[in-house]
Ligand binder design. Structure first.
Ligand SMILES: Cc1cc2nc3c(=O)[nH]c(=O)nc-3n(C[C@H](O)[C@H](O)[C@H](O)COP(=O)(O)OP(=O)(O)OC[C@H]3O[C@@H](n4cnc5c(N)ncnc54)[C@H](O)[C@@H]3O)c2cc1C
Length: 426
């Protein structure tokens, strides 16, 4: 690019690509700097390679789906909502479909198509993309207001000169899944410009648990169960759906949903327990009656056979052992107290949490650039002039279902337009 760009975008993920394309479409000369050898690395693996780009639910209900930063997003959603995003992609040739829970995917089931479309959008607007360019520092000059500096460009690792720009958008992502490039660089860039951080923590992350029986059920997935998170003896959250046992502990959709609160509790040193209800459709009484019936009807069988009607095969010996019983006992011979213990376990199988798998396995980052220091209407920094934020680097995190990408795209759209409106030196 000859001469300085109007806007430099740091990071070519979901937010960076859309912010760059939007700024260019608004008439700005845009330079996009990405540290990987290609843009959109995380997008390509999103939604297990199918890319759940948003959710088809009512946009007014969206903020409630962000345990972090939902209210901050109101004005960004007004500017680019889920319908707008689907139209945007349709115009780029990416038709979409709606699946269970309102999840929106490309019709092709191919995340790479989404990446190609975003790259084409940026290219069409004249965005110049440079890969293998890691921004390591912001150039800070005295601003118009003495209290706040102006960002006049960026320094790229291994280069001597300064890349000057009228506006800088940081879209470096969070710290989750660092193998895709999001290694938390934006936090240090922000801190140098005067921002504070809400401490980043992994969210939507598998949880570690201790139980000597976990090895026996690893890989077993359960549907239609309820899992509740108890912290310090108090139930704090409950989710219904699918989960999976792993050698290290617990994973699967409902466990990921519990993980944000669980990680917070664990990091504060609190006791955290997940209690699994294997029969959530039944009341305690109905469960006891159902157990009694099964044991009576199979009275001559061994307990381990009699319970197969009620439980997945691999869980049967686990519950028998936890109830302190012998698998070879005759089903009809159980005492009332023994039956009570079994019935209770069917609805309350506890697992004490010991930790989590960390950023390397987390889908998203909770925490990030403090939202009090960012204008929600423009994504402009309140700490430095010429600086804008977009995407997961902000203290925003949503649940699963397309909410994280919608937040990345909406904040990017706003930041792209606002940065372009500033233009070089204005
Ligand atoms: C496995 C997985 C699956 C997911 N699936 C979904 C899904 O289906 N739906 C959904 O809504 N959300 C999903 N998410 C979350 C979603 O992908 C992220 O919230 C979203 O990608 C965030 O976009 P972003 O642009 O802010 O950050 P990223 O997409 O992480 O992009 C940041 C970019 O900045 C670059 N970068 C970082 N530092 C620098 C630097 N110093 N200089 C230059 N470049 C830099 C990185 O290399 C990267 O390319 C998933 C996440 C994971 C990990």
């Amino acid at each position: 690019m000859k001469g300085a760009p109007d806007v430099v975008v740091v990071g070519g993920g979901a937010a960076g690509l859309l912010a760059a394309g939007t700024a260019a479409a608004a008439g700005a000369r845009v330079l996009l700097l990405e540290k990987n050898s290609e843009t959109g690395k995380k997008l390509k693996i999103a939604g297990q390679g199918r890319c759940n780009i948003t959710n088809a639910g009512d946009i007014r209900d969206f903020p409630a789906h962000y345990p972090g930063g939902g209210n901050f997003l109101h004005s960004a959603f007004r500017r680019l909502d889920n319908e707008g995003l689907r139209h945007f992609f349709a115009a780029l040739g990416v038709a979409t479909k709606i699946e269970r829970g309102g999840r929106v995917f490309p019709l092709s089931d191919d995340a790479a198509e989404v990446v190609r479309a975003l790259r084409a959008y940026a290219r069409a607007g004249g965005v110049e993309t440079e890969t293998e360019r890691r921004v390591e520092r912001l150039a800070l000059a005295p601003g118009d207001r003495a209290s706040r500096p102006r960002v006049s460009g960026v320094y790229v690792a291994g280069e001597t000169g300064l890349r000057t720009a009228g506006a800088t958008i940081i879209a470096t992502g969070g710290a989750a899944f660092p193998g895709t490039g999001s290694t938390g660089d934006g936090y240090a860039l922000g801190a140098a410009a005067g921002h504070t951080l809400v401490p980043p923590r992994p969210a939507l992350v598998p949880l570690r648990a201790t139980a000597d029986w976990l090895g026996a059920v690893q890989g077993l997935s359960l549907r239609n169960v309820r899992a509740a998170l108890w912290v310090g003896g108090r139930r704090v959250q409950e989710e219904f759906g699918e989960m999976i046992f792993a050698h290290f502990g617990l994973s699967g959709p409902i466990i990921l949903l519990l993980s944000r609160a669980a990680v917070g509790a664990l990091e504060e040193g609190a006791e955290a327990v997940v209690r699994i209800n294997l029969k959530p459709a039944l009341t305690a009484e109905q469960t006891a009656r159902r157990l009694d019936r099964d044991l009576a009807q199979n009275g001559k069988k061994h307990l381990r056979h009699a319970l197969l009607l009620l439980l997945p095969r691999r869980l049967v010996p686990v519950l028998i052992a936890l109830a302190g019983l012998e698998p070879e006992r005759q089903a009809a011979g159980l005492t009332r107290e023994e039956r009570r213990r079994l019935a209770e376990l069917l609805q309350d199988l506890p697992l004490r949490l010991t930790g989590h798998l960390g950023f390397s396995a987390a889908v998203v980052t909770a925490g990030g650039i403090n939202l009090k220091e960012v204008d929600p209407a423009t994504m402009a920094s309140k700490c430095a002039d010429g600086l804008f934020w977009a995407g997961e680097v902000l203290d925003v995190d949503g649940v699963t279902g397309g909410y994280n990408l919608q937040a990345a795209f909406s904040t990017a759209f706003v930041a792209g337009q606002a940065a372009a409106a500033r233009k070089s030196g204005v």
